[in-house]
Design a protein. Structure first.
Length: 326
């Protein structure tokens, strides 16, 4: 009898806890919600944080205000949210670099991606095409490889340990090239150097590269992942269809929306559903088009799947670069 009473006590406690969580979720939000963004205004992470936040504010009747807590590769923002109260009032917008690659590029982190966060939704960050200077006589990957062999080629990346860096090293390995990665602090300084021919190749976002491409200063020759950029660069083949089939040529980045890990599940799931709804609105479809993003927001289940399947590849690809952690 004592065992039955104990089991009933545990069951009753669990039911009470679930009821409390449901009640809190039903009352949420009763005050403004803070969105902590790990990157400055102007980029896709900040733009998504503001657009999705405004949709949630309209639907829920409470302000969703964005605070840009920049610096240290989004570590400050991640740490702040990881240590915030798990009540649904502090939300994180960051990217997959902060969640995965940072585990390799830094000696230690004040947060644990798997332990400290509840995935809410993810927004595909768009393709990162490979561009070459327009004077190079190549219109696709194989022609560029043939041209680059035996030459000194400088290849721009937007950061050491970035997907662009991974692709450069893997191209060297697969095709026997000797391209030298040149690391910039973001894309801002890289593209003008490529436009001017100071470097011969570079890889980054469609939006940042589009000015030079439209002016005929650079040429896209390959797109990562399995699908072409049908709406922007329909004639540019993917790495995979051009014979570069290693998994590292299929790596993807995302913008992630997360809450502290112990946030009640009803709040997580309600917010996740709102993010997916927002992704289908004309305003965010237009924003996606601006950044060359061709897929809508995906819910917490898809985010968890991405973390399980793509996360380890992102981590391993950077580990193989042999970088000295900061």
């Amino acid at each position: 009898m004592t065992g039955q009473i104990a089991r009933r006590g545990v069951l009753g406690g669990a039911m009470a806890l679930a009821a409390t969580g449901a009640a809190r979720a039903q009352a949420w939000p009763a005050k403004p919600v803070k969105i902590v963004c790990g990157y400055p205004p102007g980029g896709s992470t900040d733009a998504f944080a503001r657009a999705y936040g405004e949709y949630c504010a309209e639907k829920l009747g409470q302000p969703f205000t964005v605070e840009n807590k920049t610096g240290a590769a989004s570590i400050l923002a991640c740490e702040f949210v990881a240590k915030s109260a798990p009540d649904g009032y502090t939300l994180l917008f960051t990217n997959s670099t902060a969640l995965f690659q940072n585990q390799v590029t830094f000696k230690s982190l004040p947060y644990d991606t798997a332990r400290d966060f509840a995935p809410v939704a993810m927004m595909p960050a768009g393709h990162l095409p490979l561009y070459i200077h327009a004077d190079i006589p190549a219109k696709n990957l194989q022609e560029f490889v043939a041209w680059a062999k035996g030459r000194k080629v400088s290849y721009g990346t937007y950061a050491a340990g970035s997907l662009a860096h991974v692709v450069c090293v893997k191209l060297n390995e697969v095709y026997g090239l000797n391209m030298e990665p040149v690391h910039y602090r973001g894309e801002g300084a890289m593209w003008p150097d490529l436009w001017a021919g100071q470097i011969q190749a570079g890889m980054g976002t469609f939006q940042a590269a589009s000015a030079g491409w439209r002016q005929g200063k650079i040429r896209p020759i390959a797109v990562p992942t399995m699908k072409r950029m049908a709406s922007k660069l329909p004639d540019v083949g993917t790495f995979h269809e051009q014979g570069a089939t290693h998994p590292y040529f299929l790596l993807e980045g995302v913008v992630g929306c997360l809450l502290p890990a112990a946030t009640p599940r009803p709040i997580v799931e309600r917010l996740s559903a709102l993010m997916v709804e927002a992704g289908a609105t004309p305003r965010i479809r237009q924003l996606n088009d601006q950044f060359g993003v061709e897929e809508p927001a995906k819910d917490w289940r898809e985010f968890e799947k991405f973390s399980r399947e793509m996360g380890p590849l992102l981590i391993q690809s950077v580990r193989e670069l042999g970088l000295t952690p900061q």
